[in-house]
Design a binder for this molecule. Structure first.
Ligand code: ATP
Ligand code: MG
Length: 655
């Protein structure tokens, strides 16, 4: 066993190495007024479908459903027979109920003097105009619309316009290449592309339209390209191109919202491709909106009258779909949307935005938190962030040290941190603390939410109890689950439902501690097999990050003649850390002390940056290539491919 590579067959259990004893009880005032209390777990355990029915009743239905769940494994239909319009639920109903003057979005452009305030009444008009415009272009229910845009208000408006008429949007992140865009346009057979001349990125306009032109030149199925003028750059304009301001601005600002079937498709979103060929994840209407709205209400304890909510994700990722657009708007929230990067024009920009809008709920990613740690505590300390009351994390396991830093330096030791586990495929949050209920543990996603049945199993599919590690699975269908992979039911079955009989397998490792709480341990593809022990990259990385000199760490298993695989670590030091002396030796000893000698890295390399996907996740595959002295695999989905050169330059000094 020791000489095998860590395929799924060999992973009986994950060795459980990390022990973390810090606990943070919910603040008393938050707990006393929380939207959701501990009873929700009991209610859902007693009657799971009844629980989701009550969640669905928070929406406005044109026709109530006949059957809550039709389950022909692994194909689910939720709220069968129900009809609703997602855009009506997200916009019009708030206006009809007298909340038209309430702000839906505070939009903050990257250039500092560039901002817009959009009320629900404004949004209703803009969405109606865009829906009329799409219809004028010949877009009909069921047609696919590719969206390739910067983070500007027209982006959520475009999505809501599609949802309103029943067109299926497929957002492609605005940083992706023409090849990536083209393959997604082809896979979904999109009829229209919505884009912009460009967006602002790190202080300069960055063009998008030329990339679209390149993709569309080889996409005969695309009939029109609708272009928002954002930067005013000179861009080529061809036969298929229509300016947003020419077409949309002259439309009527009302539009009749026709109800759609609860199972009509809402959108396709391609997963980011951290691991392989992107999959077109298909989400539908009623169940999706039910779960994203309920989880947003519960996990962030959203009080729509008083909260200012900010999710820093890009709308090009599922986090932006579910927790910038659909969940918050369905709940009538006031949100901040920011166009740019955290360091433009300075490294305190996020905190300046929190201060400016008095943000109360912040939802961001561990990669951002570790970057802020690296930049230093003094930067957030300069801003007034006393408005904050709940902090969220998503995208990767959050290292305990990053969690504690986030709580202390952003949340002033007062705000609960909710570590939310979910994926593009799950559509909405699945495992997370509830801020008014859960005593949080740094690094743990804690419990499946009420109505979600998740478990940790060994390679035979048996539940693992009491501190054991294994595979995360979901045992019962949930409302916002993916319905299939677009055009490929077989791949849907093979990818998610074949590893364990009758269970959904997300591809992540997890452990359940003695209290029954869940800890996510990273992708099972990344698990290392050292001397017969399955060791999670997350635990070793967290041990490294717990050293005061380390800001970020990535570890991989490299082939080793003695141990099968050996742990190789890449670390970024914190701002101001003393680099002299035997830092590698110091860190190896620290890991051995924290986790045990088995987890001691064979090699530690101090590097200036780590390779990350455009959604900010560490790309361990490339680091494995470096650790095993191979030529690098595909680097096209990296944010910045020069990072690999910086790492290569450091190699001769590696020990
Ligand atoms: P691809 O599937 O194309 O490789 P991806 O998995 O990065 O891309 P997403 O759907 O955005 O695309 O990410 C979901 C994954 O991110 C989860 O399966 C998990 O590995 C990780 N993840 C997200 N949130 C958390 C969290 N709170 N804790 C631990 N891991 C998380
Ligand atoms: Mg994935």
């Amino acid at each position: 066993m020791a000489t095998e590579t860590p395929g799924q067959e060999t992973q009986e259990t994950l060795s459980n190495l990390l022990s973390e004893t810090r606990r943070f009880a919910p603040p008393a005032d938050l707990a006393a007024a929380a939207n959701v209390t501990a009873e929700a777990y009991e209610e859902a355990a007693e009657d799971r479908l009844g629980f989701w029915e009550r969640a669905a009743d928070r929406l406005t239905w044109a026709r109530r459903w006949d059957t809550t769940l039709e389950w022909e494994p692994p194909f689910a239909k939720w709220f069968v027979g129900g009809r609703l319009n997602v855009a009506y639920n997200c916009v019009d109903r708030h206006v009809e109920e007298g909340r038209g003057g309430k702000v839906a979005f505070y939009w903050e452009g990257e250039p500092e003097d560039d901002s817009r305030t959009i009320t629900y009444a404004d949004l209703a008009k803009e969405v109606a105009k865009a829906a009329n415009a799409l219809e004028e272009l010949g877009v009909r229910k069921g047609d696919r619309v590719a969206v390739y845009m910067p983070m500007i208000p027209e982006l959520p408006i475009a999505l809501l316009a599609c949802a309103r008429i029943g067109a299926i949007h497929s957002v492609v992140f605005g940083g992706f290449s023409a090849t990536a865009l083209k393959s997604r346009i082809h896979d979904a057979d999109a009829k229209i592309v919505i884009t912009a001349d460009g967006g602002f990125r790190r202080g300069a306009p960055s063009a998008l339209k030329p990339t679209v032109d390149e993709a569309v030149a080889e996409s005969p199925g695309v009939e029109h390209v609708l272009v928002v003028r954002r930067t005013g750059q000179d861009v080529p304009f061809g036969d298929k191109d229509v300016w947003w301001h020419d077409l949309v601005d002259r439309q009527a600002d009302t539009h009749e919202p026709v109800p759609h079937d609860a199972e009509d498709p809402l959108y396709i979103l391609y997963t980011s491709g951290t691991t392989g060929k992107p999959k077109g994840i298909l989400h539908t209407t009623g169940g999706y909106l039910t779960q994203v709205a309920w989880t947003h209400h519960a996990v962030f304890d959203l009080k729509p009258e008083t909260d200012i909510y900010w999710c820093t994700a890009d709308i090009g990722w599922v986090t932006g779909h579910s927790y910038i657009v659909y969940g918050p708007l369905a709940n009538g929230a006031t949100s901040v949307i920011y166009e740019g990067t955290p360091d433009t024009p300075h490294r305190g920009r996020f905190w300046e935005i929190v201060q400016k809008y008095k943000v109360t709920i912040l939802y961001t990613a561990p990669t951002a938190i570790r970057t802020f740690m690296k930049w230093g505590d003094d930067i957030p300390a300069k801003f007034d962030m006393s408005s904050l009351r709940v902090l969220g994390s998503v995208g990767e396991p959050i290292n305990p040290e990053a969690y504690v830093w986030y709580r202390e330096h952003i949340g002033a030791g007062r705000c609960p941190v909710v570590d939310t586990w979910w994926q593009t495929e799950t559509g909405g949050i699945m495992i997370s603390p509830l801020p008014g209920v859960t005593a949080g543990k740094p690094g743990a996603a804690m419990r499946p939410l009420p109505g979600v049945v998740a478990d940790v199993v060994d390679d035979q599919g048996n539940s693992v109890q009491n501190g054991g590690g294994g595979f995360l699975v979901v045992r019962e269908p949930w409302p916002s689950m993916l319905r299939t992979i677009w055009g490929d039911d077989k791949r849907y079955v093979d990818t998610y439902w074949s590893r364990f009989d009758g269970m959904y397998f997300p591809g992540d490792g997890a452990k359940r501690d003695e209290d029954g709480d869940l800890w996510l341990l990273g992708r099972v593809d990344d698990v290392m097999l050292v001397s017969g022990h399955n060791i999670s990259t997350t635990e070793v990385e967290s041990a490294l990050v717990s050293h005061p000199k380390v800001a970020e760490a990535a570890v991989v298993g490299a082939t080793d003649p003695v141990t099968g695989q050996a742990i190789v670590a890449f670390v970024i030091l914190r701002g101001g850390a003393d680099e002299s002396g035997d830092i590698a030796g110091e860190l190896r000893a620290h890991v051995a002390k924290t986790l045990g000698p088995i987890a001691k890295p064979r090699q530690i390399m101090v590097v200036p940056e780590l390779p990350k996907t455009r959604s900010g996740k560490i790309m361990r595959r490339l680091l494995r290539d470096v650790a095993e002295n191979r030529s690098l695999g595909d680097v096209t989905t990296l944010t910045d491919s020069s990072v690999m050169n910086l790492i290569a330059e450091k190699l001769p000094s590696a020990k």
